[in-house]
Design a protein around this ligand. Structure first.
Ligand code: HEM
Length: 449
């Protein structure tokens, strides 16, 4: 049984939209940085270029898209609103955008002033977001809609994981300004909570709603939606405790917990693949293909991680590319093609008291064939980036070029949808003027119901 959605609690269009617009722009910025930096950027996870690329993607692209999606889906799917959604959206977007640019520039120049700026702005962005989020979750806890528990559990845990990630990130950034005793151990914890906690849990929580809704599949198995996010969170806590308890020892426990975390995500990947394979609508649309790519890349992290341990090789960059770009960005890119046209359609008719044929259909706003062309470039970019992580000298610049083309294509598709929406609003305003001025103009006598 599909969950009840209350579209009337949908925030104004600008609240999620400004974050969604960030995504292709930051992907383009990351691609141009990779093109400029060349093979050395993917030679090691520790280069300034690699750290800048990691945060242009994790903050500029993923955090932006997820905050936008959360501010849209949370009120509609759970009846829970963040505090002051419009002010929170404007302030968090500005602080996150400039803060991410500051942090990336800090990694490229190792200039302490830029790290100080990033600490201030990113600290402000996430403090505002987390306070608004947790207060909203607490204030509206009694009006959570029926059947939304699973999304809420995963969202609460994802927000908690974001809090841990951000606190460690700010500490790590502070160690680039002041002589703080922060070991690289913290970086592993920071990236584990950031990727397997915040990114992984939020994609999981949102997919529990958007895959059955937009891909017309069955709901996820109840045991999975009830327990998986909690299991992942507890494993991350144990992983952190083990690392802090015995930084140099505890290797066996560390590996066991890491394998359990990978198996948990493997179970999520398998369940998602099964739902998509058995979906009621046989014809795969572009978003289905993006989800297939996302699930495949997530599952591919398991053999790559195991091979790294067995062969004692460093595959951190390949794992980063597979998880951040292959899994998380593919899922977000695919969802943009469902969320954006839906948002524009909903906002075009939300205040209308009559049915007008000037209101465009969702499919007209961003036709699937336009999305399909961008998907194939995205797929080629992901494949080339994985190859570049293994053979940087041969594939880095071709991969960067493909990623840039894919980002530009997505930006062009989103711009076309927004222009189409603006034109539709003009047509609707004309039709409404005629309708309320009954007896004059082409629509006289049209049926208002
Ligand atoms: C307030 C926001 C953040 C700040 C200030 C920040 C800061 C940092 C710093 C300074 C490092 C480098 C540490 C070192 O050189 O040892 C780092 C590494 C890293 N951060 Fe962040 N970070 C933030 C948010 C995030 C988020 C949200 C994610 C993921 C979703 C993330 C993922 C990573 C990863 C994966 C690495 C390790 C890179 C590697 O090992 O290859 N960061 N972060």
């Amino acid at each position: 049984m599909q969950r009840a959605l209350s579209f009337n609690s949908s925030p104004r269009l600008g609240v999620p939209l400004r974050f969604l617009i960030n995504t292709p722009l930051f992907v383009l910025l990351a691609a141009l940085l990779l093109l400029w930096a060349g093979p050395s950027a993917l030679g090691s996870r520790w280069t300034g270029h690699a750290l800048a690329l990691t945060h242009l993607f994790t903050l500029g692209v993923l955090a932006s898209a997820m905050i936008g999606a959360m501010m849209q889906i949370l009120p509609v799917a759970t009846g829970i609103n963040m505090l002051a959604p419009r002010a929170t959206s404007i302030a968090t977007h500005l602080l996150l955008t400039v803060g991410t640019l500051g942090l990336a520039a800090g990694f490229l120049t190792v200039n302490p002033a830029l790290f100080q700026l990033a600490i201030l702005l990113l600290g402000g962005a996430f403090a505002w977001l987390l306070i608004s989020g947790f207060c909203g979750l607490w204030r509206d806890r009694r009006q959570a809609t029926k059947g939304s528990t699973e999304i809420l559990v995963a969202t609460r845990l994802a927000l908690a994981a974001l809090l841990v990630t951000v606190v460690m990130g700010l500490l790590l950034a502070a160690s680039f300004v002041w002589p703080l005793p922060v070991s690289r151990l913290f970086t592993d914890l920071h990236s584990a909570w950031g990727l397997l906690g915040w990114v992984g849990l939020l994609v999981m929580g949102m997919s529990y709603q958007v895959i059955p809704m937009f891909q017309v599949t069955e709901l996820y198995p109840k045991v999975l939606t009830r327990w998986l996010a909690i299991v992942v969170f507890v494993l991350l806590l144990a992983f952190g405790a083990n690392l802090l308890r015995d930084p140099l020892g505890g290797v066996e426990i560390g590996y066991t917990l890491a394998i359990l975390l990978l198996l948990a995500y493997g179970a999520y990947a398998y369940a998602t693949f099964r739902l998509l394979w058995n979906r009621k609508r046989p014809q795969a649309d572009t978003t289905t293909r993006f989800w297939h790519t996302a699930v495949f890349c997530l599952a591919a992290c398991i053999p790559v991680w195991l091979a790294q341990i067995i062969m004692d090789a460093d595959r951190a960059v390949t794992l980063g590319v597979l998880f951040i770009v292959g899994f998380a960005w593919s899922a977000v890119n695919g969802m943009l093609y469902k969320i954006l046209p839906f948002l524009l359609w909903y906002n075009a008719q939300r205040d209308l008291d009559v049915a007008l044929r000037e209101v465009p259909k969702v499919k007209q706003i961003l036709p699937d064939d336009m999305a399909a062309r961008q998907y194939w470039v995205h797929l080629a970019a992901v494949a080339m980036l994985v190859a570049a992580s293994l053979w940087p000298a041969d594939f880095t610049r071709p991969a960067a070029l493909l990623l840039a083309v894919s980002a530009l294509w997505l930006a062009a598709n989103m711009a076309r949808a927004l222009l189409f929406y603006r034109r539709a609003l003009k047509n609707i305003a004309c039709a409404l003027a005629v309708h309320h001025g009954q007896g004059v103009g082409p629509h006289a006598g049209s049926d208002p119901s």
